[in-house]
Design a protein around this ligand. Structure first.
Ligand SMILES: Nc1ncnc2c1ncn2[C@@H]1O[C@H](COP(=O)(O)OP(=O)(O)OP(=O)(O)O)[C@@H](O)[C@H]1O
Length: 305
């Protein structure tokens, strides 16, 4: 399957600040991708580069199987919903739709009007007169009317209450099912990721920390619980994302491609996606971990079953 977004050595610097560095990433097409990371991590920068609103300082970025980001061909097939659904507040919804039709070759006006009718959003209203949730839905309607193959959204849920959030995501998922569009969206709503996305990218301090299919990542991450005096030995055998110890017990959040490899006398617990993401966000050093995980040492037979 081709890549929705592919970067090689991608970097973006603003003055002295590297907003994004050494980013080499392949996000396969056909996924709903959650891009997460703390404030200032570089999420908006990566998405802006992907839609051609910013140009790289280093490296390159391509979309949809090799089309240079920001090129005319890419603009035809990529749609973007910016943070806070930035729209012209004094313009009516109907005029926004007319502008969209004038600017896009594959504009599906009927679909846009049908969507707004279903949502009960009057086209004559000015954008500034709509609620935050309605504005977001208008922004999504405009993006989908382009009939994109890749839809990129920057924090689409930020301004929405839980109900509007639910309705927005339902609309997005319907588009994924109907059109097979690839979706990449940034979000701080970590708790909802598991329900929404099947691919995850965690970014921190301008670098990609972890990236992969949700199913694979949750299968690879575990918490090992066992006696503290054996923890150093166990920690040498697995890539450790988080190491918590009391005088008696150790809790090691590890990443391994071999979930059966539990040291004898230790217990293994699964890790929910939310806990995994929050752990990476709290542990910037975990970005050094390889992926997929490799066991750094051959087992020596001293306790691994
Ligand atoms: N136009 C700009 N000029 C100068 N610095 C910028 C600019 N845009 C972003 N930065 C800096 O680049 C870094 C990454 O910013 P970016 O907006 O990409 O992060 P983010 O992960 O989207 O953050 P948030 O979650 O707060 O939206 C930050 O240190 C930010 O201050």
């Amino acid at each position: 399957m081709s890549a929705a977004i592919e970067t090689a050595g991608l970097g973006k610097r603003y003055g002295r600040t590297w907003a994004l560095r050494d980013c080499s990433l392949v996000i396969p097409a056909g996924h709903v991708v959650g891009l997460v990371g703390p404030n200032g991590a570089g999420k908006t920068t990566l998405l802006s580069l992907a839609v051609g609103l910013a140009t790289p300082t280093a490296g390159e970025i391509r979309v949809l199987g090799g089309t240079p980001a920001g090129s005319a061909a890419a603009l035809d097939t990529v749609a973007f919903v910016a943070q806070d659904a930035a729209l012209y507040r004094n313009v009516s919804v109907a005029d926004m739709l007319r502008m969209g039709r004038g600017m896009n070759r594959h504009w599906d006006a009927e679909r846009a009007h049908d969507r707004l009718r279903e949502l009960g959003i009057p086209a004559r209203k000015k954008v500034g007169e709509l609620s935050g949730g309605q504005r977001s839905q208008v922004a999504l309607t405009l993006a989908l009317a382009k009939r994109p193959r890749l839809l990129i959204l920057d924090e689409p849920l930020a301004a929405l209450d839980p109900l509007a959030r639910h309705e927005f995501m339902a609309a997005l998922m319907a588009a994924v099912t109907e059109d097979g569009v690839s979706v990449v969206f940034s979000s701080h709503v970590v708790a909802e990721l598991e329900r929404i996305c099947d691919y995850l990218v965690v970014i921190q301090d301008g670098r990609v920390q972890v990236s992969g299919e949700v199913e694979t990542l949750t299968a690879e991450h575990h918490v090992l619980v066992g006696p503290a005096e054996e923890a150093d030995d166990v920690a040498r055998r697995f890539p450790v994302v988080r190491d918590r110890r009391t005088s008696a017990q150790a809790h090691l959040l590890i990443r391994t491609g071999d979930p059966a490899a539990v040291p004898s006398g230790w217990r293994r617990h699964p890790v929910a996606l939310e806990e995994m993401v929050l752990t990476y966000m709290r542990e910037p050093a975990a970005s050094a971990l390889p992926g997929p995980a490799r066991v750094p040492h051959e087992p020596t037979g001293s306790g691994l079953s």
